[in-house]
Design a protein around this ligand. Structure first.
Ligand SMILES: Cc1ncc(C[n+]2csc(CCOP(=O)(O)OP(=O)(O)O)c2C)c(N)n1
Ligand SMILES: [Mg+2]
Length: 437
């Protein structure tokens, strides 16, 4: 009996990395893929432990029964939403085992990925800026659960987990953090500048407030093209006081743009508590003429419900909406901030005990009998191993070659471009550089 990872695409590669494989001929392998059985135990009854067609069919029957069970609807209550100029979504969220386990896997992966980045920074493998997202995972995962990649997302510099949720891999993200050529921005962007345009993720923005009007632009593009997409512009409680937000909101309301302004209220902007920076800390009301909701940002289900509600309103042509996600960041603002000079350790540990989004979801899985403690343990062990493999793979990757130094600096650089004080074509010595390349 052998195990392979779940999912069809890429599963064989993953299996090879883990040193696992089914002993079977090509047609049986095709059958395994057709039934989406990779990652599952298949009893091998053929000669010398080979998997037969009958074995695959038996495993497919077991899977069908399990899949049906995993789709049985379950109703779970979430904390009521606070409303501004709109009705409230239902607090009863209908989900199932498959969805809930999927959310847990994503959130646990994000938690481990950020803790991995923390260790890499402390061991000096990551240099420069690094802002971690642990504590806020339910916002990202809940949001994606209600959207498709046809909808756009743009955020600030706390962006690693959005890069992951938009289809990148932990290995590529670690590589970018360590400045490796295999990173998602060729190792030249680092922590704050992740990007996945093909899946409508537009970064990764280091200037506080920059992404909010850009989000309005993304929403304009959705409307102009008539593609049915909605733009989600994320910003913090600190960025909520940036003038650009209000300019973006004004235009979005005038033009009824399909945009949701999402304030990830993690209670602090750098070392400043929200009440010291914001005259009005009800961020969901601060669109003034735009309706909004305050959401328990530590509950993946509450976030999913609110995001689906907001996106539906936008798709129906009602213009912009505001969501305030009540959440918390465990780490300091960035790696240079220990995070304990402006708040005490008890506050952080109190949130961990009472509201941790990952732990909270695990408790729901157990309470509603959607998973056993053993299944959760196995998922966690597997995820931790995957993170270790990703870190080691990224560490081995090379730094970008010198020839990359001047590439991607200016878009469509013309051969006769002049930059005062620097003649790029002659000032780089032997570097292999060509204008516009
Ligand atoms: C225009 C601008 N002003 C100031 C800064 C410095 N700065 C970086 S992050 C930050 C605080 C932002 O806090 P918040 O919006 O709550 O986001 P969080 O870090 O909590 O996710 C500040 C002031 C900046 N990057 N850009
Ligand atoms: Mg903040």
């Amino acid at each position: 009996m052998l195990l392979l990872p779940r999912g069809a695409a890429g599963a064989a590669a993953l299996a090879r990395r883990r040193g696992l494989a089914y002993k079977a001929g090509p047609s049986v392998h095709r059958l395994i893929d057709a039934h989406e059985l990779r990652g599952r135990a298949i009893e091998a009854t053929g000669p010398r432990g080979t998997v037969t067609v009958a074995d695959v069919r038996a495993a497919a029957r077991i899977k069908a029964v399990e899949d049906e069970k995993a789709r049985v609807p379950v109703s779970i209550e979430v904390v009521p939403f606070e409303t501004y100029m709109c009705e409230a979504p239902s607090t009863t969220v209908v989900t199932n085992r498959a969805e809930m386990l999927g959310y847990y896997e994503q959130m646990y992966t994000m938690r481990r990925m950020e803790l991995g980045a923390d260790a890499l920074y402390k061991s000096k493998h990551i240099r420069g800026f690094c802002h971690l997202y642990d504590g806020q995972e339910a916002v990202c995962v809940g949001m994606e659960a209600a959207l498709t990649w046809k909808d756009s997302i743009i955020t600030a510099y706390r962006d690693h987990c959005y890069q992951l949720s938009r289809g990148d891999t932990p290995a590529t993200i670690f590589a970018e953090l360590m400045g490796r050529a295999t990173g998602c921005a060729k190792g030249k962007g680092g922590s704050m500048h992740m990007y996945m345009a093909k899946n409508n993720f537009f970064g990764g923005n280091g200037i506080v407030g920059a992404q909010q009007p850009l989000g309005a632009g993304l929403a304009f593009a959705h409307l102009y093209r008539g593609d049915g997409g909605v733009a989600f512009a994320l910003y913090g409680d600190g960025a909520a006081n940036q003038g650009q937000l209000f300019e973006g909101m004004n235009m979005a309301a005038l033009w009824k743009l399909p945009i949701v302004f999402v304030c990830e209220n993690n209670q602090y902007g750098m070392g400043t508590a929200k009440a010291r920076s914001s005259a009005n800390t009800d961020y969901y009301k601060r669109g003034v003429y735009i309706a909004g909701l305050k959401v328990d940002g530590m509950s993946v289900l509450a976030v999913r419900q609110a995001v689906a509600f907001a996106a539906d309103r936008c798709r129906a042509g009602n213009g912009p909406f505001v969501l305030e996600m009540d959440t918390y960041r465990y780490h300091g603002h960035s790696m240079s901030d220990p995070g304990v000079t402006y708040r005490d350790r008890e506050e952080v540990s109190g949130v961990r005990r009472a509201r941790d989004p990952v732990e909270g979801l695990k408790n729901l899985l157990l309470k509603h009998n959607l998973a056993t403690p053993e299944e959760i343990k196995a998922l966690e062990t597997r995820t931790r191993k995957e993170m270790d493999v990703a870190v080691e793979a990224a560490k081995k990757d090379p730094a970008p070659p010198l020839s990359e130094l001047y590439k991607d600096v200016y878009c469509r650089q013309s051969p006769d471009m002049f930059i005062r004080g620097a003649d790029l074509a002659s000032s780089h010595g032997s570097v292999d550089w060509a204008p516009g390349s």
